[in-house]
Design a protein around this ligand. Sequence first.
Ligand code: CA
Length: 229
Amino acid sequence: MPTKVVIIEDETDINEALSHSLKHEGFRVWSEVDGRRGMDLIREKTPDLVLLDLMLPGIDGIELCRLIKSDAVVKGTCIIMVTAKSDESDVLVGLGFGADDYITKPFKTRELIARVKAVLRRGRLREEESRDVIRCGDLLIDVLRYEVTHAGDRIVLTATEFRLLHFLAGNPGRVFSRDQLLNQIIGDNAVVIDRNIDVHVRAIRRKLGAARAHIETIRGVGYRFFSQP
Ligand code: CA
């Protein structure tokens, strides 16, 4: 899915230049020249990033920044303030409200794109942290989505396999006996058909492919997960 950006800037030439540069980089872009309509647009499009001018008709950039960050749906949106040099004290207020960065007019397209990408990268990391994602090298375990990927490729696990892998990966370096692991994956409601841990571990390893080395067998004891195999 392409990254979505909303530009709110009342100087149409700057607005168009921003829009053009971002579209050229492959972003989906919408723009607005009025603050109030800009907020409606943000709520409608739920963009990943907002480029926000400070001096705007309708609602000004600082107030918009505050509105975005207090909105239940769009508060995770990254914000870069686009400012004139004289707006420095407003920039500090905006950053205080949760804006991620600012760029001063006039700016070079290359600088703008670099800032946009850096802010989006930080935003994604923040989102991953809040989503409870375990990352070990190329292996990613996303608890909320119940999803495991290796180098971007989806690995389809059964619910039991997922619980087992998630538990092991969440406690890297610790050795667990088969009984301990069984207790973990049975949980409150889960129905574990096969109580043989070795069967589940074998299945996980087969599905993990190159990432299988993360799970180490400790002879006579059980298993251990290595963050760095
Ligand atoms: Ca302006």
